[in-house]
Every structure is written in C-alpha cells, then in structure tokens.
Write a protein that binds this ligand. Structure first.
Ligand SMILES: NC(=O)c1ccc[n+]([C@@H]2O[C@H](COP(=O)([O-])OP(=O)(O)OC[C@H]3O[C@@H](n4cnc5c(N)ncnc54)[C@H](OP(=O)(O)O)[C@@H]3O)[C@@H](O)[C@H]2O)c1
Length: 245
C-alpha cells in the first residue's frame, strides 16, 4: 500500500464506526478517510482532523448515489471499506423475545438498516473497483446471525437480518471474484462492545467481555490487514476466528 490509498467508513458517528474512523485517520497509510453518516457533522473525537472528509447521507438510494458521485475516481483507490451501520433497538422497539412480539413494520426497519443498506453501498462502490485493487471490505455482522450457533432463540429480526446480510455478502463475494478479483469481503462480529446499540443489553455480559470501541476497531483493522483475496466471504470474530454459518 502507498499513502495514495484512501478508506471509507459508513455509519461513522456510531460507537464502532467513529473508533474505526479515528484509527484510520491516525494511520499514515491512508491519505483520506471518507466518513459517511446520517449526522451533519462529525463527532468531537473526529472533528477537525486532517484527512477527514465527512459526507452526510440519509441512506436513501438517491443520497447514496450523490455520495458515490462525490467519491468519484477515489473509489479506485479504496483500500479499506468498513460498513458499521446497523440497528438493534429504536424508541420503544427492540429485539423480540417471542413470536407474539413480531411486528412487520419493525422487521422491515431492521432488515432495511442491517441487510439492505450495506448492499446498497456495495452496489454503489462495485463498479469503481479495479481488477487489481486490493480493497478489503468489512461489514459489521454479528455472531447471533449464525444459524448453527443459535441455541438461545429470540431476537428474531436482528438475527435474521444479520443472517441475510451474510448471505447477501457471500453472493456478492462470488460476483466480485469475477469483477474485482483482488478485493476481499469480511462479515465481522465485534464481540459485545460498549456502544449505544448494546447498552440496554449489557447486564449479563461477563466481566472483561465488554469491549471498548477502540479495542474492537483495532481488532477489526488487524483482521482486515491480514485478509487475502480468495473470492469468498470470511465470517470472523474480533479474534480472527471463523464463525460457523
Ligand atoms: N455493539 C455491539 O455489541 C455489537 C455486537 C455485534 C454487532 N454489532 C454491530 O456493529 C455495528 C455497529 O454498531 P455499534 O455498536 O457501533 O452501534 P451504534 O453506536 O448504535 O452505531 C450504529 C450506527 O449505525 C447507523 N444507524 C443507526 N440507525 C440506522 C438506520 N436506521 N439506518 C442506517 N444506519 C443506521 C448510525 O450511524 P450514523 O449515525 O453515522 O449514520 C449509528 O450511529 C452494527 O451493525 C451492529 O449490529 C455491534
């Protein structure tokens, strides 16, 4: 890699997204770190940092297309793309404990944020990736998206949205193996991380098992650095260990 490489973080005002952006900005291998967020301005941890390009985006297809236009030819220099957006709860809605709690509108909202939006970004970027470009793309998935690992049940929409994300990413990996064979896709489980998303559910986390966003960002970027282009999706945890599908 040269300092001409650039990086892109989507969901950059979130707990993990902001920590990933901070580490990328501190890494002199990247000349520019593009940060996409629904927020109009960066959080204080990122503000006024040289190399930062803050790109507000609602996430609508039209806004994604507009941001893609702003990225222009820089897509051909992307070395890292990290998709950190996602929801688990909003307002009085959250993970379901029983079938009776299933609500179609909430299910659609979760699928939209967790499964569809990441793919709209991949769609927007794919065309600009060069055949020789070693672009490592990670999307924040979750271990609860593993079908084989699901023994606890519950959390219907969130689990299913992450399982769907994994399938969508694997399908994209097959396509990118033809179109951008030097690229690599990773579905990443960060472990329980101290952010707004996990805060209502941290009560049962064992001591020492609640990670800081900065620790997780470091693990994720190390996993991405170690990745090789092999035409498949890797489903990996924060320790670089493969998760059963
Ligand atoms: N924290 C954990 O323990 C944990 C565990 C497993 C997996 N994950 C996954 O890690 C990712 C990052 O989560 P986090 O812990 O950093 O949570 P977070 O602090 O709540 O950040 C999530 C970010 O996602 C974006 N977002 C929120 N609602 C959205 C919506 N409706 N549509 C599109 N984007 C939306 C926002 O970014 P902007 O405001 O910048 O747009 C938000 O800040 C998520 O995909 C989550 O599922 C987290």
């Amino acid at each position: 890699m040269t300092a001409e490489n650039v990086a892109l973080v989507i969901g950059a005002s979130g707990g993990i997204g902001a920590a990933v952006a901070r580490r990328l900005l501190d890494d002199n291998r990247y000349s520019t770190v593009f940060c996409v967020s629904r927020a109009a301005t960066p959080p204080s941890a990122l503000a006024a940092t040289p190399g930062l390009r803050w790109l507000p985006c609602s996430g609508s297809p039209e806004d994604i297309a507009a941001v893609r236009g702003e990225l222009g030819d820089d897509v051909g220099r992307l070395a890292r793309v990290v998709i950190c957006s996602g929801i688990l709860h909003a307002g009085d809605k959250g993970p379901e404990k029983s079938l009776e709690q299933l609500d179609p509108a909430w299910m659609q909202a979760v699928f939209h944020a967790n499964s569809i939006t990441p793919m709209l970004w991949l769609q927007a970027l794919a065309k600009g990736l060069g055949r020789k470009q070693h672009c490592v793309i990670a999307a924040l998935s979750a271990r609860v998206g593993s079908i084989g690992d699901n023994r606890l049940g519950g959390w219907y929409s969130y689990r299913a949205s992450k399982a769907a994300l994994n399938m969508l990413l694997q399908t994209a990996a097959v396509e990118l193996a033809r179109r951008a064979p030097a690229s690599k896709l990773i579905a990443f489980h960060p472990g329980t991380t101290d952010t707004a998303l996990s805060r209502p559910f941290q009560g049962n986390v064992a001591a020492g098992k609640l990670f800081s966003p900065d620790f997780v960002a470091g693990r994720l970027l190390a996993v991405m650095d170690a990745a090789t282009a092999d035409g498949t999706l890797s489903y990996l945890d924060w320790d670089g260990q493969a998760i059963t599908w």
